[in-house]
Design a protein. Structure first.
Length: 364
């Protein structure tokens, strides 16, 4: 439904055609939960995004920006203005030597960008193939797979200040990247929106194949294209297609524990799946959940995916309450069995004092 504003301001009147009221978000999140946005708009250009932010500031409305909605858990109606990020555009610059700068607007599909880079013969992001979502959400989560994270290839990020409308670049080293984390999820979440990213790729590079799931399936001398295809095949085998079965991909982060706790767990669980990480170890959350007996379990209209225990799926629910209950049951079970606390990976909307997620500006 189109909304009408009680104002004579010419600029605000001009926004009437681009902002709607009480719009369902079911098709804008891959869990397909049918909550509504109080106000809703789609930003296809940087100029239109600036105007939408100006409208929100004028009417004192909070702003939530959604990309592909694939790393998102909407659990209630979202107040304020929800902006769907459809900023588009790709620009490549080949430098002397081995480097290629790839600048991509935040609304572009991540996997399609990976496929484009592989087609051009540029190395660096092939292990991140088939991760759903948009480019703009990738730095927020510091997405990663098979030994590669976006921080490894990210040169800088273009942002817009929600209040002032200023647009500027931030170097990747200043973004506070950590495991599935960044300043965009923390201290910048109420201030900045990502509008573009610049990736630093290579014309020639060694392929990273040591990660489990890839190394045991490589035959002969792999090419860039063959690794890309292998990653796509492996992910397709393990993870459900969100267009077929509603899900947000990996629902839990892999817990990071100290060496002392790891040693104790290894005595109690000799087959524990873990990987050295910084000064400690990273546990395979999917293995923990599987061994606790949750794999393939269904709870009301949601459940744990039968092929990968790390993924929670929505079979038929229109609201998130059953999923949140299932999440709580799994967390309690894992803590009681292993003494390890699981942390959710998807960002939750909206933020409330009772739910530890806060107000979000950018999601997958």
């Amino acid at each position: 439904m189109k909304m009408r504003f009680n104002t004579q301001d010419a600029f605000m009147q001009s926004m009437e055609e681009s902002i709607q009221k009480n719009v369902s978000l079911a098709t804008y999140n891959t869990f397909r939960f049918a909550y509504h946005a109080e106000y809703f708009a789609i930003a296809e250009t940087l100029d239109s995004l600036k105007k939408l932010l100006a409208w929100a500031n004028h009417f004192n409305q909070t702003v939530t920006m959604i990309g592909g909605g694939s790393n998102l858990l909407i659990s209630a109606d979202v107040t304020g203005l929800v902006i769907i990020n459809r900023l588009s555009g790709i620009n490549a610059r080949e430098h002397r030597g081995n480097l290629v700068s790839l600048t991509v607007a935040a609304g572009e599909n991540w996997h399609q960008v990976v496929a484009f880079a592989v087609q051009e013969g540029w190395f660096g992001i092939e292990n991140l193939a088939l991760i759903p979502g948009t480019i703009g959400a990738a730095p927020v989560q510091n997405i990663g797979a098979y030994g590669v994270e976006i921080k490894d290839v990210l040169a800088r990020v273009q942002v817009i200040d929600k209040t002032s409308g200023d647009v500027y670049w931030i170097n990747a080293r200043d973004c506070g990247f950590a495991y599935r984390d960044s300043y965009f999820k923390g201290k910048w979440k109420d201030k900045l929106l990502i509008t573009s990213v610049e990736l630093s790729l290579k014309k020639q590079a060694d392929l990273l194949l040591s990660y489990g799931g890839l190394s045991d399936r490589i035959k002969g001398k792999p090419s860039l294209a063959s690794v890309f295809k292998l990653v796509c095949d492996v992910r397709s085998e393990k993870l459900p297609d969100p267009t077929v079965l509603a899900n947000s991909g990996s629902f839990f982060k892999n817990p990071i524990i100290s060496q002392a706790i790891h040693s104790d767990l290894k005595v109690r669980f000799p087959n524990l799946v873990s990987f050295p990480f910084e000064d400690g170890f990273k546990l395979a959350a999917g293995w923990l959940i599987d061994q606790a007996g949750w794999k393939g379990k269904q709870y009301q209209g949601v459940g744990v995916y039968e092929k990968q225990a790390l993924v929670l799926v929505n079979y038929s629910e229109e609201n998130a309450e059953p999923l949140l209950e299932l999440e709580a049951k799994i967390k309690q079970s894992i803590f009681e069995l292993y003494g390890v606390e699981l942390e959710r990976e998807p960002v939750q909307l909206p933020l409330t004092p009772l739910i530890e997620t806060g107000h979000v500006e950018a999601t997958n």
